[in-house]
Design a protein. Structure first.
Ligand SMILES: [Zn+2]
Ligand SMILES: [Zn+2]
Lengths: 315, 301, 315, 301
């Protein structure tokens, strides 16, 4: 789909659209590549125990950094055949219900959760509507928000909308340098804004979807660098990701020891606060007229009234 | 004026037809019968002739639902800070200003406390007229504050939504409101405080896929278009038209996603009954004792 | 299906097969008849939030005896059209998953649970297999065993196998006088035992499936009398059932007050013990040869070693 | 000798073929290749030529699974008390006597403790050769005792089943074992003790619809016939033949009911890995620390 030769044009300062293409590159390492390189003792656990087994969103137990973790991730294929089997990484409701089941499994046994995000979005098919895609995603969000074990999520390719967020409500959120995380695909955004999907590159810039943008907003905790794009140097990308995951997981388990009821309550409270404080708003009528350019000059106030420049993040 | 539907395209308004504003139209867009001097339309924005549930503004909806004069608005002056300094054809800030001028509201969600059949509730109503009821930071923040208020005071939360989904102009901040609102509802659940969600026409995208689908009880208005992906998105994905009835409240009921379909005019009574159940849970065995009514004639559905 | 005239032949001492026919009588009051007569404020709650809404197993909130209860029941139709809509009272997996959802709802808000059992069995169709009929029933059993609110079940017609038991793991179990509760239908039993479904009447006797039999075994807590068969005097049957339900529910809520964590733990323990001690077995090699007639002469021992004649029931 | 399948009729042995006893048959009932001097058959009752998983007695199964000499049987002498004094063509008690004589077991379930890759487990194995692995009072009681032992000692429970369902000759007592075993597994879950369920050919009815479907992890043997209603019952209900592949382990995996399909010879290794995960949950961060292995060649399934 992506012209492989094209990315050599990606120079020292790639544009947002360059990142989009890199994030979607078919030779970029996918979830199972990370899993195989970073973990041992993998036991895949299938099925939602109600309708089906989704091959686009998979999970199971593995040993990582000397401990057992529950691992979940979207799996894209490396060729058309695999992509069809994996539904291009677009999960269906049964995928999110499996994720929920495995999250509760992790909680029951005190296993930390690691999720690998790489999806264009949840599948928008009629079968997915029939089986409650919205309901399944909402319940996965709720379950993950409530989870009594530490969690780390990492975007390894495309972070596409609610289908990505459903496994992204974590205590730490990482992104590889050439990945994106967005409320809608640039193509969809352009189609809505300008009725012209061809202006996707422009939309990609406007939407602020790169790892660097989201780090600046305080929405993510760390950018895992890619000295070369991950599909050119997969080992480096995987190594860097593994090291970052291990570091965050160690910090979390040190701060919130498993099987400690008080720590679990503190963990839940910290996660709530993490999402609770994202954002910026004004608590009074805007007093200045804005210029046509939309420059921000009015003060921004958090809910407690003190000035707040978008989100602050301690992690 | 253009409308914004967040990350999903505009829903097709096949079932039921919609009325763009609260101004009285000459006739029902579904059956064509005149709505002038239609009392049911006047109060509920429901056509007496065919039962079509037409668009209703949040304030009118609240007035038709709660005990008269009981509504106390909260956080009325929470305004978007335009976190991305977003602009497409025009700056987002100017669009917001226009929306505020047209609707008289600071953003799409109205929150407050009210009485309903004498039961105290916290209420959150999303107004489709304000940027398609899309959820940005202000909508998310106000919903969370409403849920926190309900939790602190241990009084039921009622949300009523109509929404095209996330507010694209606030980017990832908008998407994260799904997580933030779901987390707030989770805490409400954990505290054992009841939460009833009402889905109205149309409800799609990030609002449907977060707090609105997490009610202890979920009801929908008849004929409302409801779904995760909007009909156009699904049709584009499928490459063929949707089967008839897809994305309707009736479709959701059949597929097990909602508890009931309740006509707008019956909503106060239904919610009143539900609230009676939930609010007396701490005060049982004070009832009249066992008493047999006449067995009904056999035959139900 | 049943010859209505036939039951007039049911004299003072009906046979087990007579009871089977009475239990299945199409004019016998069904779940919704009890509901309408015995409760107010009914709000039906639909759906499993995952696949569908089962019309054969329904539930919701109602006021009974002055308090809010969660009510669940199998619903048969009164004619062919209704029976098709209700799938003849045969629930599908989504029915049991809805039941599970509503049980947890009841627990969350401290509402006692009342279930009305009236089913030939869980639906044995291919769709039910695909969506995990066995899994759904197993999970419903587990949920009901664990439920942190008091529960009373009453068999108002047919108690058919696992599909009945799935909503029957209650603190009290009642049966109307002319109802049955069995591990298999007499027809299925006869087909298996003698390869002749025509010997169903004989099987019905052998299987010990009447309310009187199960009361003698200590498996049920009370037989609700039917002075006349329930389809002839529905009001009497419903009144008697309502009075018995109210009495048991009052006893249970007095012994295990809602919103009292200690009482809830005692309730769970009592329910476990209730099912735990059902039955009889020998803890040593049988020492006597039995006669060909299969008469029981050897001693029966419970697990603690003391003689035990089938199950004892305190309730 | 007749077999009894409880309340469901006898399963059709379409996939895979079955071997009636542990006696070495001349050849594989599926592929026809001789099984004489087939070492895999000798140890696992699996045909080396075609991989068919043939019937295996519980004791042989246990021997092939657990650490050598580690199995300690519990409750070996629990006998049915024939609570209904049941008789059809012959008294149930005489059938039981005959089954005991033929199988050398008191009833269908063998329980005990064992080591598996050095991990202590409680084990319960249902033998299809004893009255079709049907669940009466003794099977239910022994399963519950095994679950209670696992809970008290906080060591994982492993059950391996092959069953036609409830034991009809024990009537309602038999049905109630579904509730009793489910309740015992619930308590095990609440205590956080792992429970792994292994489904083998054939598993239907009350055993499938109770404890066997309640594992934290559920695995099945390849080709095993598994379902709630047996294939004949479903075909009778449908009035037409089942679609191919229905009721197989592979069908259940596709439909999300089981976690994995594991060939019998690989079961010890797979269970060993699972047990390592569960048993070290209290002793984490004693591992070797973060260490990168070579990234795999791209390409998976
Ligand atoms: Zn009209
Ligand atoms: Zn073979």
């Amino acid at each position: 789909m992506i012209d492989v030769a094209e990315h050599s044009a990606v120079a020292a300062t790639p544009t947002a659209w360059d990142r989009v293409k890199l994030a979607r590159h078919s030779e970029r390492p996918h979830f199972l590549d990370y899993l195989e390189a970073l973990t041992t003792d993998w036991v895949e656990l299938h099925g939602d125990r109600a309708f089906g087994d989704d091959r686009a969103l998979i999970g199971g137990l593995a040993t990582f950094d000397g401990q057992t973790v529950m691992v979940l991730g979207h799996q894209k294929g490396n060729d058309t055949k695999e992509n069809i089997a994996r539904n291009f990484g677009m999960a269906r409701p049964e995928g999110y219900r499996k994720a929920e089941r495995l999250m509760r499994h992790a909680e029951k046994f005190g296993f930390p959760l690691i999720t690998f995000i790489d999806t264009p979005g949840a599948e928008p098919g009629i079968g997915s509507e029939e089986r409650g895609q919205g309901t399944a995603i909402a319940e996965s969000l709720l379950t993950m928000a409530d989870l009594g074990v530490p969690s780390v999520a990492v975007v390894i390719g495309e972070g596409g909308s609610g289908g990505a967020l459903a496994i992204g409500v974590a205590d730490r959120l990482l992104m590889l340098e050439n990945t994106i995380y967005a409320v809608a695909s640039p193509e969809a955004c352009a189609a809505i804004l300008w009725k012209d999907a061809g202006r996707a590159a422009e939309a990609a810039e406007t939407m602020r979807i790169t790892a660097a943008d989201l780090a600046a907003f305080g929405i993510i905790d760390e950018v895992v660098p890619e000295a070369s794009p991950a599909h050119e140097r997969p080992k480096d990308a995987i190594q860097g990701t593994g090291a970052a995951l291990a570091r965050h997981l160690r910090e979390l388990t040190a701060e919130f020891p498993p099987h400690d009821a008080g720590a679990i309550e503190r963990l839940r409270a910290a996660r709530y606060e993490r999402f609770r404080r994202i954002g910026a708003w004004r608590e009074a009528e805007p007093t200045t007229r804005h210029s046509d350019e939309g420059g921000i000059s009015a003060p921004r106030n958090g809910r407690s009234g003190e000035p707040r420049e978008s989100a602050q993040r301690s992690g | 004026m253009r409308r914004f539907f967040g990350f999903r395209s505009a829903p097709a308004f096949a079932i039921p037809p919609d009325v763009a504003s609260d101004d009285v139209p000459p006739s029902c867009p579904r059956c064509g019968v005149s709505l002038v001097e239609d009392a049911r339309y006047e109060r509920y924005r429901v056509c007496s002739a065919c039962g079509a549930h037409l668009a209703i503004g949040s304030r009118r909806r609240i007035a038709a639902l709660v005990d008269e004069g009981s509504f106390r608005e909260t956080d009325a002056k929470l305004f978007s800070a335009d976190p991305l300094s977003f602009t497409d054809d025009a700056p987002y800030r100017l669009r917001l200003d226009e929306q505020r001028r047209v609707t008289g509201q600071a953003d799409a969600l109205i929150t407050g406390t009210a009485g309903l059949h004498g039961h105290k509730i916290v209420l959150a109503a999303l107004d489709f007229a304000f940027m398609g009821g899309s959820m940005g930071l202000v909508v998310g923040e106000k919903l969370v504050r409403a849920a926190e208020l309900a939790r602190e005071r241990r009084i039921p939360l009622l949300s009523i939504v109509a929404s095209g989904g996330a507010r694209m102009q606030e980017g990832m901040y908008s998407l994260l409101q799904m997580a933030k609102t779901a987390a707030a509802i989770q805490r409400l659940h954990a505290a054992g405080v009841p939460y009833v969600s009402v889905l109205t026409h149309p409800t799609t995208g990030g609002v449907f896929a977060s707090f609105a689908s997490l009610g202890d009880v979920i009801v929908a208005e008849p004929g409302a278009l409801i779904g995760f992906a909007g009909p156009r998105v699904v049709e584009h994905f499928l490459g063929r038209p949707l089967p008839p009835g897809s994305h309707s409240a009736e479709f959701l009921l059949e597929h097990g996603m909602i508890d009931a379909i309740v006509p707008r005019a019956e909503l106060p009574a239904t919610l009143g009954t539900l609230l009676r159940h939930y609010t007396r849970s701490d005060a049982r065995h004070d009832g009249p004792g066992y008493e047999l009514r006449e067995p009904a004639a056999i035959g139900h559905d």
